[in-house]
Design a protein around this ligand. Structure first.
Ligand code: SAM
Length: 318
């Protein structure tokens, strides 16, 4: 696939993520009243292990994000890299744990689609308008900027544009800032993701990075996962067959981060509140437990911290 086709295929991955999340949330794995405005259909049935996998992914990331908001008492910023059609902003608003400002970054085409949905659906636009104090709300084409929420179109491989746009929309490098990427770094090369996280470490002295992605791809199961993505002509520049939990950590340790943790999703799943895990395991019968284990062993959460302000954010974990 040429690079345009490959980027186009990568962009379509945000639909997959949202369709799977919509399906799982419609089954009761967790509540997300906003996904319906971004993806109309719940799509075809997804296997129970897929739904449990998404449950672990969503709850795992939420756990770390919410802990960061708590530690910083919401006196912080959040930057969701490759956010796609993610709905976290609206959840934080509903739960009254909004950071000072919430930023999202994605390709221009995805950003334009997201803004179109927001513009045309009052349940999405209302919280933005309500949390905005002046008449300067920017909501057009490829740009959305309000007091609390900003959507930026930029390519994560082009750091100077990313930096310019974050500055233009008033990111404050001195405020504690959480960066997150959920199934995103796998689409850029290891060099590009290293540059990205190094730039963040150099620029934001008090910050945390949460990365969720594939890991341990060097076996038969990993091979099948890669083949499935390749069949869709995705440019998997970041899939590194040797990527282990250690190499996930190394990406951050070699670029100026102070403390780094990485857990596979099997471990994360076993550390989530077990009462809720028991509840979701009753939702759908899962015959082959091994299938879920294999799936969970091939994804991980890695989180890294820099704590200049000594807020204790390096103690955040499961
Ligand atoms: N993070 C969202 C989630 O978990 O629901 C979306 C995940 S989707 C699999 C990957 C997202 O990363 C897509 O929205 C895609 O457009 C974005 N992305 C991939 N490479 C990118 C790049 N170089 N610059 C900006 N966005 C990128």
């Amino acid at each position: 696939a040429d690079s345009d086709t490959a980027d186009e295929a990568v962009r379509s991955t945000c639909d997959d993520a949202s369709i799977c999340k919509r399906f799982a949330s419609s089954k009761g794995y967790w509540t997300d009243p906003y996904l319906q405005y971004f993806v109309r259909q719940t799509g075809e049935r997804k296997a129970p292990e897929i739904n449990r996998g998404y449950y672990g992914r969503v709850k795992g990331v939420y756990h770390l994000l919410d802990a960061f908001l708590k530690k910083t008492q919401c006196d912080c910023q959040v930057v969701n890299l490759g956010a796609g059609l993610d709905t976290t902003f609206w959840r934080l608003k509903d739960e009254n744990i909004m950071p000072k400002k919430y930023f999202e970054v994605d390709f221009p085409m995805i950003v334009a689609r997201k803004i179109h949905h927001i513009k045309t659906k009052p349940p999405l636009s209302k919280p933005l308008i309500e949390s905005h104090s002046t008449d300067s709300l920017l909501l057009e084409g490829h740009n959305l900027d309000s007091d609390k929420f900003c959507v930026i179109s930029a390519d994560l491989r082009d750091l100077s544009t990313l930096e310019d746009k974050l500055k233009k929309f008033h990111i404050n490098p001195e405020l504690p800032t959480l960066f997150m990427s959920e199934c995103v770094l796998v689409y850029i090369t290891p060099e590009q993701s290293s540059k990205l996280v190094r730039w963040i470490a150099d620029t934001f002295p008090t910050s945390m990075f949460i990365n969720y992605e594939q890991v341990n791809m060097d076996d038969r199961f990993g091979q099948i996962m890669i083949e499935n993505l390749q069949r869709r002509q995705c440019n998997l520049a970041g899939v590194d067959l040797c990527q282990s939990l250690d190499s996930q950590k190394e990406r951050f340790l070699s670029t100026g981060w102070e403390s780094v943790n990485a857990l596979d999703m099997m471990t994360v799943y076993s550390m989530l509140p077990q009462e809720d895990v028991a509840r979701i395991e009753r939702l759908e019968f899962l015959d082959e437990k091994e299938l879920l284990q294999q799936l969970l062993q091939h994804y991980c959460i890695c989180w890294a911290v820099r704590d200049k302000l000594n807020l204790g954010i390096s103690r955040i974990g499961f």
